[in-house]
Ligand binder design. Sequence first.
Ligand SMILES: [Fe+2]
Ligand SMILES: [Fe+2]
Length: 248
Amino acid sequence: MTITAMDRAEAAERAMMEELDRQIVVKSVIYTSGERDPRLPIPRRADNGKRYVMGHDPRLPQMPERPTLFDFFKYRFGPANHLMQSARLARRNGASETIVLACLLHDIANIGFIRGDHGYWAAQLVEPYVDEEVSWGIRYHQALRFYPDESVGYTYPEAYIRLFGPDYRPDPYIERDYRYARDHKWYMSARLITVNDLYAFDPDVRVELEEFTDIVGRHFRQPKEGLGFDASPSAHMWRTIMWPTKYL
Ligand SMILES: [Fe+2]
Ligand SMILES: [Fe+2]
């Protein structure tokens, strides 16, 4: 008898269910915040002798021992079409390799980690591994998105009107950071991310990560221990993306 893909999927599913029978997966407050009243105690089910997850969540694909940036793209960042298409557009528009890299990374926080203030989170994630200009651009692209710049043909996104309503005004800290960024020597780096930030990406266009292997190789300093294990200031954040339900 041959083992079909279906059999393999079923076996994997069974193994996962067995694992979940033995282990309890809990969610961090950040995943449930807003869905329950934070002033009340967190409801707890009886553990019935089960152990809590202290590492890999059996529901997620296992990551390699020494994960690379691309491993995070493959196993944790979901289909990253928006990022890859934005990076490809930047390259076609003649942007430098560092800007292409910034475009490839600019939204990793909202697709793989934390949504609110995603520019700041993404910048912090990559800061130890890229040139300062790259993380700086990623940090400020979030604020710059709200402000047009006719000199480069950037207008306020149609999508924002739909998403946030025509009366939406950015918070004062966004306004402040926009003003700071506008006068900074790297303003154009952040601005170019917004210019190449594709909202209406084409679902039929397939971009492979491998298109960016060389750029990542030249401009992203992969730690030899793997992202998450190199004791950098953001290593713990990569570990949390890898093991989002680790109990402690
Ligand atoms: Fe963004
Ligand atoms: Fe984006």
